[in-house]
Write a protein that binds this ligand. Structure first.
Ligand code: XIL
Length: 300
């Protein structure tokens, strides 16, 4: 096949990208999106600060543009993200105890309920762990509600959208390390106790010097727990062959793990990347395919 999406589809997978509807007016942006990708995620538009800027007042305008575009093109949609300590609406930080717990439940019901039936997989909870494998202690949810908020979030999301796949998503969990061990133990516990978790997302924000020697093994050990795995936010700071090699390694690892459902890159063009100065994506600032693009297409 000649595009990323079509190539991924040959093995039943998707190849997606994060998008910002603010760029839909730029023709090469939309052309590249429609040509190459068969899945999308809102880079920012489904985050709490955007979807519920004031308590009980929901704004789905940006997220609806993302979903509308995807549906018009027959693309899947990933949902990102329901509960996260960052890009959180300021009013939430003022709440404590039961009021915070109820606000979390209402938020999940509001957002996952609005998109019910339209999201293939939700990042229900994002980045809840610290590098040492313990729970992240600078999260307002963790501080106020303790470990149990994650389980509560998954149970609430399951009721709000029973057909969506429910993922836990994090970064620096790409290899076997203390942080991924912490997530692994939580997922094993959830599976043992019947907490509704279906998948784990590996953000995979990399540099060319990231050690990827245990990347595939790590995906596989999670899959062996009985969850799907997704590469959710792939980008690789660098250029040329070193960058292409990292992209190839990640793509080959996903293809080698049966339960790896697909890969999402964190943007289309280097020009609009959150790491723009590191040129981490598959298309340069002029939407030209980079060496990394060729490596991914070949590996798919
Ligand atoms: C980033 C976006 O790319 C930026 O536009 C925004 O300013 C900050 O967030 N982990 C995540 C993503 O889960 O939501 C983050 O996205 C990147 C790190």
């Amino acid at each position: 096949a000649e595009t990323l999406g079509d190539s991924a589809a040959q093995s039943g997978r998707y190849f997606g990208t994060a998008i910002e509807p603010g760029y839909f007016g730029e023709q090469p942006y939309v052309d590249t999106l429609n040509q190459e990708f068969n899945s999308v995620v809102a880079e920012n538009n489904m985050k709490w600060e955007t979807t519920e800027p004031a308590q009980g007042q929901f704004d789905f305008s940006g997220g609806d543009q993302v979903v509308g575009h995807a549906e018009s093109q027959g693309m899947q949609v990933r949902g990102h993200t329901l509960v996260w300590h960052s890009q959180l609406a300021p009013w939430v930080q003022q709440l404590t105890g039961d009021a915070l717990n109820q606000a979390m439940i209402d938020h999940i019901n509001g957002v996952a309920g609005h998109y019910q039936g339209q999201i293939a997989s939700w990042d229900v909870v994002n980045e809840a762990f610290d590098e040492d494998g313990t729970r992240r202690d600078d999260s307002h949810f963790q501080q106020q509600l303790g470990d149990g908020y994650i389980e509560e979030a998954f149970r609430t999301a399951d009721a709000a959208d029973p057909n969506a796949q429910l993922c836990y998503n994090d970064y620096n969990t790409d290899g076997i390390n203390a942080k991924s061990n912490g997530v692994y133990d939580m997922v094993a516990d959830f599976k043992a106790r019947g907490v509704p978790i279906d998948c784990v997302g590996f953000q995979t924000h990399l540099s060319t010097d990231t050690d990827l020697s245990t990347y595939q093994q790590n995906l596989q050990r999670f899959a062996d727990l009985g969850v799907d795995v997704h590469v959710t936010e792939l980008d690789v700071g660098g250029s040329g062959t070193a960058q292409a090699d990292a992209y190839r390694t990640v793509t080959e690892a996903c293809l080698a793990v049966e339960r790896c459902k697909g890969i999402t890159v964190w943007g289309i063009t280097d020009a609009y990347s959150w790491r723009a100065e590191e040129t981490p994506l598959l298309f340069d600032g002029n939407y030209q395919k980079k060496e990394a693009y060729g490596a991914v297409l070949e590996a798919l």
